[in-house]
Design a protein around this ligand. Structure first.
Ligand code: FE
Length: 200
């Protein structure tokens, strides 16, 4: 091998090592950002195929330490197919089909995904819409609202502020004292009855 060829081989080897290092670092960063920051959660996410999901759809892994962080594969394992469709894919249950539509017991409606308290039974009313309706959230900070221009309509989407689950929409045709109608999918809610075993 001539001296000139040797130099080219050396330069090629250095470039190859450099590319391998950069790609490895990028993969490490992507894996580290998946799901929650704890080692247990990361291990759980990896076993659920989270790394694979992250590579394809990085935005589907929440990274906010203040929130309940899950990847798509974990939500699919935790929720029913109907709940996943509604809460993670912004679907809607058929009108008049929800288990909690006619529920008149006293208690608290919580997020079916993360358990965050969302609505008090005292604010529930019969809107005639076919979906559980409330005139106010339990706490303003417990629900998030986003503009939703999908399906050719201008609406305001309502989400759980802790896990970003889609809950439904809010409209300005509700009763006093707020004039608001929180139109919520029953599948997005669990009910904790007042004085019941889960009431704390
Ligand atoms: Fe939630």
């Amino acid at each position: 091998m001539s001296g000139r060829m040797g130099r080219w081989v050396m330069i090629g080897a250095v470039i190859a090592v450099g590319i391998a290092f950069v790609m490895g670092a990028a993969n490490t960063r992507a894996g580290g950002s998946c799901c929650s920051g704890t080692k247990d959660k990361a291990k759980s996410a990896a076993s659920a195929g989270c790394g694979e999901t992250l590579k394809k759809e990085p935005d589907n892994c929440l990274k906010d330490p203040e929130k309940v962080n899950r990847c798509d594969s974990e939500w699919k394992a935790e929720l029913t197919p109907e709940q996943y469709r509604i809460m993670r894919e912004k679907g809607t249950e058929p009108a008049f089909s929800g288990d909690l539509l006619q529920n008149k017991r006293e208690g608290t409606y919580v997020c079916a995904a993360c358990g965050q308290p969302l609505f008090d039974s005292g604010t529930k009313y019969d809107s005639g819409s076919g979906w559980p309706s409330f005139y106010a959230p339990l706490e303003d900070g417990n629900v998030a609202e986003h503009a939703d221009d999908s399906h050719g309509m201008k609406r305001t989407e309502v989400l759980c502020s802790r896990c970003d689950a889609h809950l439904g929409h809010v409209f300005n045709d509700g009763p006093e004292p707020t004039g608001q109608r929180y139109c919520i999918n029953s599948a997005s809610l669990d009910f904790k009855e007042k004085g019941g075993p889960e009431d704390k």
